[in-house]
Design a protein around this ligand. Structure first.
Ligand code: UDP
Ligand code: MG
Length: 312
């Protein structure tokens, strides 16, 4: 155990052979201004390119560079969780590998940490080249999340942040399987602050966050941290009941006052269809939660490490 390790950088890497050397250089030159020790932990998340070779070379040259090699692709949140388990610094900075999280602002993050913040989020001020759907999606998403979750998950932050080892200890104890780390970090409730930055475009390679993966992360956020889906079910149920009653009253009055005769089956058919729809929606929502319970109950590990390097 490195008792006096000050800073840990945790970087999941999936097919990032082209970005790793540049990221290393920038962190290295940034940290030259600090006298304290640091480690740079990469998690190779089952890359198909030469990521592992690049890491190997780097780890050979510089012992502060460490890596975990996952046995296959487990996904960004799982890879990050693995790295966080191994980080031993007093302050732990998680960031992307593609230089979209500019290392230069880490200075400000460290300052905020030294001022007594246990969590420092890097907050994006722009979404330049992200496509329209991603932009609109994230806007709507954060609006809704803000309304319906009981904890305050900060807007426009990703997984670029600094956490104190106190916060990390809490995160590392959370056994949940479907992980939404920014929610989990916010949940701990420690004192936090923000550093704003302009998010540049990805340096090399392609974004691995397809709309599908993004949707899954978004869903994890909704289902793991809110009862919104259940409330929607309840709301729809309420609306359908009320409109059902409304129709019934209308019919009764129409019969009593206007003397019009309604075939009951007409209403029954309509109402039946409406209710069937809601039942299906409710079943889907319940299924979603059961799926998550099933995921956790199996107690399979979150990830499998096939190799570690430079950890003693
Ligand atoms: N990543 C990962 N596993 C995956 C997908 C991505 O470890 O299955 C890493 C990737 O190497 C990068 C970070 O997660 O360091 C963010 O991915 P990406 O840049 O593709 O996402 P975006 O910036 O487009 O949201
Ligand atoms: Mg990126």
């Amino acid at each position: 155990m490195h008792k006096n390790l000050k800073y840990s950088f945790v970087v999941p890497a999936y097919n990032e052979e082209k970005n790793i050397p540049a990221l290393y250089e920038r962190i290295n030159s940034l940290m030259a201004a600090y006298s304290e020790t640091w480690e740079l932990i990469f998690i190779n998340d089952g890359s198909e390119d030469k990521t592992i070779n690049v890491l190997n070379e780097l780890a050979e040259k510089d012992k502060r560079v460490k890596y975990l090699n996952l046995s296959r692709n487990f996904g960004h949140q799982a890879a990050l969780s693995a790295g966080l388990k191994y980080a031993e610094g007093e302050a732990v900075i998680s960031m992307d590998c593609d230089l979209q999280d500019p290392p230069e602002i880490i200075k400000n993050m460290i300052t905020k940490w030294e001022e007594g913040n246990h969590i420092v989020y890097a907050r994006r001020k722009n979404f330049r080249k992200d496509n329209f759907i991603k932009k609109l999606g994230s806007k709507i998403y954060y609006r809704i999340m803000g309304k319906f979750t009981r904890i305050d998950i900060p807007k426009n932050v990703g997984d670029f942040r600094l956490v104190d080892k106190k916060v990390l200890a809490e995160i590392n104890q959370m056994p949940e399987h479907s992980r939404y780390l920014r929610g989990m970090v916010a949940w701990t409730g420690f004192k936090h602050d923000f550093v704003d930055y302009k998010r540049p475009d990805r340096q090399k390679g392609e974004s691995n966050y397809t709309l599908g993966k993004l949707a899954k992360l978004g869903m994890d956020g909704v289902f793991n941290f809110s009862m919104l889906p259940l409330r929607i079910g309840f709301l729809l149920g309420l609306i359908s009941t009320i409109s059902g009653f409304g129709l019934l009253l209308y019919q009764i009055f129409d019969v009593l006052i206007n003397g019009v005769y309604y075939h009951l089956y007409k209403w029954l058919v309509v109402i039946l269809f409406i209710f069937m729809g809601f039942m299906f929606m409710l079943l889907w929502i319940i299924g979603e939660y059961i799926g998550k319970i099933y995921d956790d109950v199996r107690r399979r590990p979150l990830y499998v490490i096939s190799e570690t390097r430079n950890f003693e």
